[in-house]
Ligand binder design. Structure first.
Ligand code: ATR
Length: 279
């Protein structure tokens, strides 16, 4: 039986073991998926020990996505652009220099928005909030969907500018207008809002004025569970279609499962079952 895990600190809250167990049952793949709590100074050592004990790959969550990126010798283009990995595949085994790193957060988010929420991004105007790891992880995959424009708004504008700069060439290749903005000066008329800040965790509310969005716009927070509740309440009160990050979570997991096993699981029943368990 092949072993996989989610590596992080903390990891007790992670829903990834449930999701991958459901994928394995659905596809008949022979695998187990565990939680791997890594000491803050012991990510690489913990992961290598796991690989030596039969681990074939892992997901990575906070705060190790940047270290995972440094550890991978081969990177997908989207992981290189993000500067962070949420998936490793231990190609060549425990001591190998050949580990492959990917970032499936953005493609998971894009699939959730386009397929699950039924909102194609092509030629739309997107407002992405945040310039930390969460926003950086998804920007390349949003660009690939070919929206007309992405405005990246952040409290510290310099961090948004740095991300815009590192993605400028990629955006130009895809014909996407990309610019940085302060939170209170984004302009108006956006079709979709994606909140990649941790403002809701800080109890700070939605950090952008509702007037930035078109009526009926999609408003998605990458958080899920109780942390997403204030954002969803705000979206409902403003007449937007609110959405949490649970669909993104399941879709990024499906993409990781595909990278490891070569089989793409069906996400819809897993998302439905997870939502039921969380409510
Ligand atoms: P993550 O890995 O979850 O992205 P992070 O790298 O610490 O975490 O980034 C947190 C993001 O949330 C940042 O964009 C941060 O803005 P700054 O870059 O200005 O710090 C944003 N953020 C956190 N609390 C916020 C608040 N109360 N209002 C607005 N933005 C906030």
């Amino acid at each position: 039986t092949d072993r996989y895990a989610v590596a992080g600190n903390p990891v007790a809250h992670s829903r990834s073991p449930e999701i991958h167990a459901l994928f394995a049952a659905q596809t008949g793949e022979d695998l187990v998926y565990e939680r791997l709590l890594c000491p803050l100074d012991g990510f690489e050592a913990t992961v290598r020990t796991f690989a030596a004990a039969g681990g074939r790959g892992c997901n990575i969550t906070v705060p190790f996505k940047f270290e995972a990126h440094a550890l991978a010798r081969r990177l997908s283009p989207r992981a290189r652009l993000a500067g962070a990995c949420n998936v490793l595949r231990f190609d060549g085994g425990a001591d190998s220099e050949d580990w492959f790193g990917d970032n499936s957060d953005g493609v998971g988010l894009a699939r959730d928005i386009e397929r699950n929420a039924g909102r194609p991004m092509r030629d739309r105007r997107l407002l992405l909030l945040g310039a930390g790891g969460a926003a950086a992880g998804v920007l390349a995959s949003l660009i690939e969907r070919g929206p007309a424009e992405i405005v990246l708004a952040n409290r510290s504008v310099d961090k948004a500018q740095a991300l815009v700069q590192s993605h400028a060439g990629f955006a130009a290749e895809h014909g996407v207008k990309l610019r940085a903005s302060p939170l209170d000066g984004t302009g108006e008329g956006f079709d979709m809002l994606i909140n990649g800040t941790s403002a809701s965790l800080a109890g700070a509310g939605v950090p952008v004025p509702a007037a930035a969005l078109k009526p009926g716009a999609l408003a998605l927070d990458m958080m899920y569970g109780p942390a997403a509740r204030p954002f969803l309440d705000w979206a409902a009160a403003q007449g937007f279609e609110g959405r949490d990050g649970l669909g993104m979570l399941v879709e990024q997991a499906a993409e990781a499962f595909f990278l490891w096993r070569g089989v793409m699981p069906e996400s819809a029943p897993v998302l439905a079952s997870l939502r039921q368990r969380l409510e």
